[in-house]
Ligand binder design. Sequence first.
Ligand code: HEC
Ligand code: HEC
Ligand code: HEC
Length: 136
Amino acid sequence: MYNGGKIIVGLVVFIALFAFPFYYNIGKAMEKPEPKTDTPAILQWEKEHGKKECVESKEFMRSEHMQLLNDWRDSVVRNGDRIYTNAAGKQFTMSLQNTCMNCHSNKKEFCDKCHNYMAVKPYCWGCHIQPKENKS
Ligand code: HEC
Ligand code: HEC
Ligand code: HEC
């Protein structure tokens, strides 16, 4: 009999190679961003407190940071109250520039990466100053 097995194996290999660039790119396009939290201010905080922390838990921040920022703005602009006490009783100054962006000074690698992936574009930076970054 003619060697049908080899032909089939050959076909499978050929299709796999042919399709490779296709599924390789799908993987890339769907890759989730991993926001980096290795800025100098965060590493300093880790040294002093023994762990990396945000103003609230990571899960809370991930889903609620937009609302938290709104609340901070209202509190500062309407009530002149600039002190925020978090769930653990720690206090922070309510400031986008001086608090959030002090720790997350890598806006491009952090905020922007996530927002680009989710296709959101907060309009804050027309008025609030972005952290200075060397990388473009
Ligand atoms: C004291 C430093 C510090 C401050 C201040 C801070 N963050 Fe964070 N933030 C972190 C760290 C560290 C993490 C990662 C926490 C973890 O891994 O448990 C984080 C996580 C987050 C996340 C979730 C990221 C993810 O991977 O899901 C968001 C969103 C975020 N921060 C936004 C903000 C905003 C907005 C503010 C201001 C309201 C702020 N952060 C203030 C240090 C800070
Ligand atoms: C883990 C991913 C992630 C990170 C990191 C992140 N964001 Fe967001 N952000 C989102 C998503 C998703 C939305 C849209 C949420 C929605 O529409 O409900 C959003 C919305 C916002 C909004 C509201 C925008 C609007 O038009 O409604 C603001 C303001 C904002 N982010 C600020 C920040 C800042 C400042 C940082 C960095 C300190 C940051 N975010 C980091 C995911 C992220
Ligand atoms: C039209 C200009 C403008 C835009 C756009 C704007 N802000 Fe503000 N924001 C201000 C002004 C002015 C204050 C009052 C500053 C003060 O009293 O310290 C303020 C105060 C704040 C505060 C509290 C004080 C501080 O220093 O951070 C937060 C938090 C804040 N804004 C968040 C945001 C976020 C988040 C966005 C985008 C979704 C945004 N703002 C867009 C003008 C703006």
